[in-house]
Design a protein around this ligand. Structure first.
Ligand code: NDP
Length: 243
């Protein structure tokens, strides 16, 4: 049997890079996507290849329909199969009604929702022996503790409805669909020493930022056979933000 294959969108940095490297250690061949930072993507593919697994970096904008529809086919052409999709790429516009623009709204919907939907549907068609679709949502999709994140929170909440619906369609095919809802995780997007750091720590039960490993470990479990009876779930890894 050939090795299982996973796609991790936005896998060149942050949470996505940690997920890609963790799944490689679990035995998956990995395709990551990125948009701007080819050098960062190369570092991740090198780390994956160092584990003995195959790696592919694809420049693919999750907000672009043409890129979305081509992604799964590119990976199946290169690796011959698909077993797991992790939709991790996401936009985080910040601003309230006084400053938010139509472009902020459209860009966020395109990447955080439409792109995830197209990639998930394409992946489901390509998964011939069951599979795992894992969407990286956010604790802010369930609880909104700060102003300025309404668009982001709406898209991450929307992923839960999408996953619940798709789980009904795909359960009989042995494909599970789940959302992980991280709390604040220390990355370039949301640095622990950044402007939102203190406000976020103050609403956590465990008053510190999580690490990318906290999410990668959970994805590893959800991508494995050990999670085969979990589907249509929104699963918090959030330091108690939603407690
Ligand atoms: P980072 O900004 O650290 O990394 C973003 C990654 O996504 C990079 O690999 C980047 O590629 C890629 N990317 C950005 N835009 C696109 C796009 N249009 N198409 C494809 N790839 C893209 O983000 P995080 O690791 O912090 O966040 C990852 C996910 O986790 C997001 O969905 C975010 O909403 C979610 N999340 C994060 C939390 C946090 O506190 N960090 C909390 C809750 C959820 P490139 O290197 O080319 O720019």
């Amino acid at each position: 049997m050939t090795s299982p294959v996973a796609i991790v969108t936005g896998g060149s940095r942050g949470i996505g890079a940690a997920i890609a490297e963790r799944l490689a250690k679990d035995g998956f061949d990995i395709a990551i996507t990125y948009v701007r930072n080819a050098e960062a993507a190369r570092r991740v593919t090198s780390a994956i290849e160092a584990t003995g697994r195959r790696a592919l970096a694809i420049q693919s904008d999750g907000g672009n329909v043409t890129d979305n529809t081509a992604l799964v086919q590119k990976v199946v052409s290169a690796f011959g199969r698909l077993d797991a999709l992790v939709c991790n790429a996401g936009a985080y516009p910040y601003g309230g009604p006084d400053t938010m623009t139509v472009d902020d709204i459209s860009r966020t919907l395109d990447l955080n929702m439409r792109g995830v939907m197209i990639e998930s549907v394409s992946a489901a068609r390509a998964m011939k022996e069951g599979g795992r679709i894992i969407l990286i949502g956010s604790a802010f999709g369930e609880r909104v503790p700060l102003p300025g994140i309404s668009i982001y929170s709406a898209t991450k909440a929307g992923l839960v409805g999408f996953a619940k619906g798709l789980s009904r369609d795909l359960g009989p095919k042995g494909i599970t669909v789940n959302v992980i809802q991280p709390g604040p995780i220390d990355t370039e997007l949301n640095p622990a020493d950044g402007p939102a750091g203190d406000a976020l720590r103050s609403v956590l039960a465990i008053p510190k930022y999580g690490e990318v490993k906290d999410i990668a470990d959970f994805v590893s479990f959800l991508a494995s056979d050990r999670s085969s009876y979990i589907t249509g779930a929104a699963l918090s890894v959030d330091g108690g933000l939603t407690a």
